[in-house]
Design a protein around this ligand. Structure first.
Ligand code: GLA
Length: 759
């Protein structure tokens, strides 16, 4: 017996010792204890939480039985922090407790002592400061890497430690949700920033260039090693470029390196890897190169945009004929209904039509290269917004830092960069134009809503936007305060609607946030009430205002958004510029599809291409080019409202190519107004199909996986008759017609977007 036992015992001990020594990280993606509500005693290490429920920290609490719940909640977990972590580490100075991302705000306590607030290290004294609940500036998307010096008395080495996290969710999704929570020692790599997203790639004479920064954020350590760049063709897997540089960075030093590549018709995956000379540790990040598919529009005139536009009888009508081609261009409109006039130089049609009807108008555009004719239906009736609105909104770029100058320069850029020629129309101010509430709304003595200093004259702003032939949008909330804490419309709906009308507003985004405190309960009636109230107010003014509900999809808003008079409604929480956010939101738009129709649109939130940042400082979107093609393709397939969320003045060639493809936009603006539905899901591939007004089908083949896929689409399985003409919409090229099977290579997170004629 002994003979067998002893070797077994040895190998068991060896295993334990080995795993203790090898341990570099403690996984905190464990079941945590959870309670709703708030009590400071929950931070205390000795608190008995045995009666609390358990909760997973890799998904929001709404998906774990707490829907809808907004407000305070506490998470607790107990872990032994072994000193082996220190002995195994190359640097022995700090411990990092990483809590992933938290929706929305957090205070984190270790053994009863505060150590972190909203992603920043904190001293225990700061626990008294209740200001950790701040304006909703995307804190839910911010990482929480808290660090403590190894000799910090808050850490109990080799003993049990209680971690308690106080969370406040101000609306929508809540809790710890990323599943990557951990404890580990900090390492050299934590001090190195590989800055590959400071600016996008620049196209120059067939080449692509980008400057990548290397920054040593330590005030103490020298970072020495080899910086390697490896570029791999995403479709073929071939390495197209490598570059090794020896780099020594003194404390605080920053160096730059330039990447230069030949421009090709697809993305190249570039990995930037830093290998530390002293420890062998590596840090790597990657990005992908942009490629342009949209052909430059011809010099000859071409009229783009939707084939139908609408207004209510007797309400101001404004429509600028969207046309590409050389300027000067002369416009003509035959059979315009009575009450409308055309400005022949600008192509702007304006006026009022008092008699209901569908008016068939023939539009003509003429320049030195030729002439183009197209039919437009002007529908005068009760329903407006017959195709999804297309425009720009200030939120995803400027957040609360929006001002008049930024709005007016966006409007100007629409024209200068030619966006208006593709049907982009609205210029919308989001939150941040009103007077900050400071807990209480502020109005003038007559109760009129006031603008803050950044918007000195709304009427003047509206007039200048209209002069460009563009439309003007604004934002408010049904509660006393907006989501950003500014004065909102509660109990002033009619007065505000009249102010909006006097400024020339054409579009209102109406949020929810502080109405949570007004609503008596979470019943459907209470959810509908504030939207009925503003609808009633909008009905009293002499303008058409597109009515956009923004309550994040609560109570299946798509089932009753039309009933409360909405034209579009947000179906989800706020989007951010990550693949995870895009994938979660975009590919979950399924059950709401039957509710999309002319005049009613499901809104999966605004676009996240170009320079975004929720203000005041912006960065190029973190989506790869293929993810951006997926984004625009999917939103167009979904008949989603298209609201550009980036700084238009920094629009680069790649982003413009995404926003100016008339054949892709035509899917979104198709007058049939059908939302695409997924018809095939095979592994990482999803095939979505959208019925079009001309009888053709739009097909989006999306690759949600990490590798390129050669996919064979069985057309019949997708409900499409084989043998029809196939058009690659991004490249605007007609492909050979195939038999029953259509084979395409789809890069990771990319798309093949096709239109297939039905015979
Ligand atoms: C909410 C909305 C956002 C934006 C902000 C403004 O979060 O979902 O789109 O309007 O409010 O505060």
């Amino acid at each position: 017996m002994k003979k067998i036992l002893i070797p077994l015992l040895f190998s068991f001990l060896a295993f334990i010792l080995d795993s203790a020594f090898a341990q570099k990280q403690i996984n905190l993606n464990l079941p945590w204890k959870f309670i709703q509500g708030d009590n400071p005693v929950y931070a205390s290490p000795g608190y008995d939480d045995s009666a609390w429920k358990t909760i997973a920290v890799d998904k929001i609490w709404e998906s774990q039985g707490y829907d809808p719940y907004d407000g305070y909640a506490w998470f607790r977990v107990k872990v032994v922090i072994p000193s082996a972590l220190k002995s195994n580490a190359s640097l022995k100075d700090s411990l990092r407790i990483y809590l992933g991302k938290i929706n929305n705000y957090d205070q984190a306590f270790l053994n009863g002592q505060l150590f972190g607030i909203n992603g920043n290290n904190a001293t225990p004294e700061m626990a008294k400061d209740s200001a950790f609940i701040q304006a909703p500036m995307n804190f839910w998307d911010k990482k929480r890497p808290y660090t403590l010096a190894v000799n910090d008395p808050r850490i109990h080495w080799d003993q049990e430690n209680a971690i308690a996290v106080r969370v406040f969710d101000q609306g929508g999704q809540g809790g710890m949700y990323t599943g990557d929570q951990s404890i580990m020692m900090t390492c050299l790599g934590d001090y190195l920033a590989i800055e590959n997203n400071l600016a996008p790639y620049v196209f120059s004479q067939g080449k692509l260039q980008k400057v990548v920064g290397l920054k040593n954020n330590s005030v103490f350590y020298h970072l020495n090693g080899i910086f390697r760049m490896i570029a791999v063709n995403k479709l073929t897997g071939q390495t197209v470029f490598t570059k090794d540089e020896k780099v020594n960075l003194d404390p605080g030093e920053r160096k730059e390196s330039t990447v230069e590549l030949k421009q090709i018709d697809q993305s190249v995956l570039i990995t930037y890897r830093f290998e530390f000379q002293d420890t062998g540790e590596t840090v790597s990040v990657s990005d992908e190169t942009p490629y342009i598919t949209t052909p430059t529009p011809p010099d000859k005139p071409r009229i783009n945009g939707p084939s139908v536009t609408a207004a209510r009888p007797g309400k101001p009508f404004l429509y600028a004929v969207p046309a590409t081609g050389l300027r000067p261009m002369a416009f003509e409109a035959i059979n315009l209904p009575e009450g409308l006039i055309l400005d022949k130089q600008t192509g702007i049609i304006s006026g009022k039509v008092s008699i209901k009807g569908n008016y068939q108008v023939t539009l003509k555009a003429k320049n030195s290269k030729g002439e183009f004719t197209r039919e437009l239906t002007i529908s005068i009736g009760d329903r407006i917004c017959l195709t999804p609105p297309m425009g720009w909104n200030s939120w995803n770029c400027w957040g609360l830092a929006v001002d008049e100058q930024k709005v007016i320069s966006s409007a100007r850029t629409y024209r200068e960069k030619g966006l208006a020629n593709h049907g982009w129309t609205y210029v919308n101010i989001d939150d941040g134009w009103e007077i900050p509430g400071d807990k209480n709304p502020k109005r003038d003595t007559a109760g009129n809503i006031l603008t803050n200093d950044k918007f000195p004259d709304m009427k003047r702003l509206g007039d200048s936007i209209h002069k460009f032939g563009l439309k003007f949008g604004i934002y408010s909330s049904p509660g006393p305060l907006t989501c950003g804490g500014y004065t909102a419309s509660y109990q002033h709906e009619i007065q505000d609607a009249h102010s909006f009308a006097s400024w020339g507003i054409d579009y209102l985004k109406y949020d929810w946030c502080s109405y949570e405190q007004i609503a008596k309960d979470t019943s459907l009636a209470e959810r509908k009430k504030p939207y009925f109230a503003m609808r009633g107010a909008l009905n009293t003014i002499d303008r058409d205002i597109v009515y956009s509900l923004c309550q994040y999809g609560m109570s299946k808003v798509w089932q009753w958004g039309d009933e409360v008079g909405g034209n579009l409604w947000r179906t989800t929480e706020d989007i951010t510029d990550t693949w995870e956010s895009l994938r979660e939101i975009g590919f979950s738009q399924v059950g709401n599809a039957p509710f999309a129709k002319p005049g009613n649109w499901n809104d999966p939130d605004m676009l996240i291409v170009g320079w975004v940042g929720w203000g005041p400082s912006l960065h190029p979107t973190r989506l790869t080019p293929d993810e951006q093609y997926t984004h625009i393709s999917l939103w167009c397939m979904l008949s989603a409202p298209l609201l550009i969320g980036c700084d238009l003045e920094r629009l680069d060639a790649f982003t413009l190519n995404l926003l100016a493809n008339d054949e892709v936009i035509a899917l979104d603006q198709d007058p049939l107004g059908k939302q695409a539905v997924p018809v095939i899901k095979e592994g990482d591939i999803q095939v979505w199909v959208k019925d079009l007004s001309d009888g053709a089908k739009a097909v989006g083949i999306f690759n949600l996986g990490k590798n390129t896929v050669k996919y064979s689409l069985d057309l019949e399985k997708a409900g499409i008759k084989p043998g029809g003409q196939v058009r690659d919409l991004w490249r605007q090229k007609t492909l050979e017609t195939t038999g029953k099977i259509l084979v395409t290579d789809i890069p990771s997170h990319g798309v093949s977007l096709l239109k297939i004629k039905q015979r």
